[in-house]
Write a protein that binds this ligand. Structure first.
Ligand code: CUA
Length: 326
């Protein structure tokens, strides 16, 4: 029965319909089948009920010849069994196809050794630690290689959602959640947060890049921050990759935290009325112990960001560059 209904749904839905993104993972077709099956089932019953309602309204409307109630049977066992049994069977079919698809999302596909990636969610950015030590603000995967994401949250509940993969999983503080799948299409796909997690929830996005082969992924994973890169470049990379950009704009536009434009060298006023010049030691304190001094007019919401000294130097250089920029 499950198989028949899946075939039926597949026949009806065919290729990914135009309003849906591409099916870029091994589980996407199954999710689309379940969706199509429930959609067309609901559409059928909606049409049936609307048509019957209209027919009955017209047929049994009030007429002069029919002012007295007509005798009618009070009970029909066969009818009762029919309209209880059919929905019950349909609900079991929905349960069957959904469970079958869901179980594929919790089991690794057999094949190449799985790619295991640690995901950290925090207000309001994603961080992906890839094998070999490469961390990044974007997710990198290999086409046709089974993948397992092990996800943790540093603060509140987030939800990792990749529409092209048809995958969504809550990321819950205090425990690890997992997502297993195999990306099938090379390309770059959007990642969004699908759990309302506060002010900048709507900006909490990233990308998933699926490399066509392992060599391409390895080349990316090897390329660290080049030692020759200028401090400003390093600072800009830190700014983008460590999630600073989620709360601090580089161009003066308002976000959760103070903008970085023209911040360097400025005399900042704090919530307790004291003032200080924005210099290296202030920037360092703000990154490692953000709650120590809160800029007046802003909330105490920034988590400490464990940057190393060179990264802090880079951010300082980047702040200077933002001030000097026209
Ligand atoms: Cu994180 Cu919404």
């Amino acid at each position: 029965m499950v198989l028949v209904s899946e075939r039926l749904a597949a026949a009806v839905v065919g290729a990914a319909p135009g309003f849906m993104p591409e099916r870029a993972s091994s589980v996407a077709a199954g999710v689309d089948r379940v969706f199509a099956f429930i959609f067309w089932l609901s559409a059928f019953f909606l049409a049936l009920i609307v048509v019957l309602t209209v027919v009955f309204v017209v047929r049994y409307r009030k007429r002069a010849s029919r002012l007295e109630p007509e005798p009618s049977p009070s009970h029909d066992m066969r009818l009762e069994l029919l309209w209880s049994g059919i929905p019950l069977a349909l609900v079991f079919v929905i349960f069957g196809v959904s469970t079958k698809t869901y179980s594929r999302m919790t089991k690794l596909d057999p094949g190449a050794a799985p790619l295991r990636i640690q995901v950290t969610a925090r207000k309001w950015s994603w961080w992906f630690d890839h094998p070999g030590g490469k961390g990044a603000g974007e997710l990198h995967l290999v086409a046709s290689r089974p993948t397992e994401l092990v996800m943790a949250s540093a603060d509140v509940i987030h939800s990792l959602y990749v529409p092209d993969f048809r995958l969504k999983q809550d990321v819950v503080p205090g425990r690890f959640t997992r997502m297993t799948f195999t990306p099938v299409l090379p390309g770059t796909f959007p990642i969004v947060c699908a759990e309302f997690c506060g002010t900048d929830h709507s900006r909490m996005s990233a990308t998933a890049t699926v490399h066509p082969d392992q060599a391409s992924f390895d080349a990316w994973a090897r390329e660290g921050v080049a030692p020759a890169a200028s401090l400003v470049e390093l600072g800009k990379q830190v700014f983008l990759a460590k999630g600073c950009v989620g709360c601090h704009s580089p161009d003066g536009s308002p976000r959760v935290g103070p903008t970085f434009k023209n911040l360097w060298g400025k005399s900042e006023t704090f919530a307790d009325g004291t003032q200080a010049r924005v210099d290296e030691s202030y920037v360092r304190e703000s990154i490692l112990r953000p709650a120590a001094r809160i800029t007046a007019g802003f909330a105490n919401v920034m988590p400490p960001v464990p940057l190393d000294e060179r990264e802090i130097q880079g951010l300082c250089a980047y702040l200077q560059a933002l001030k000097d920029a026209p």
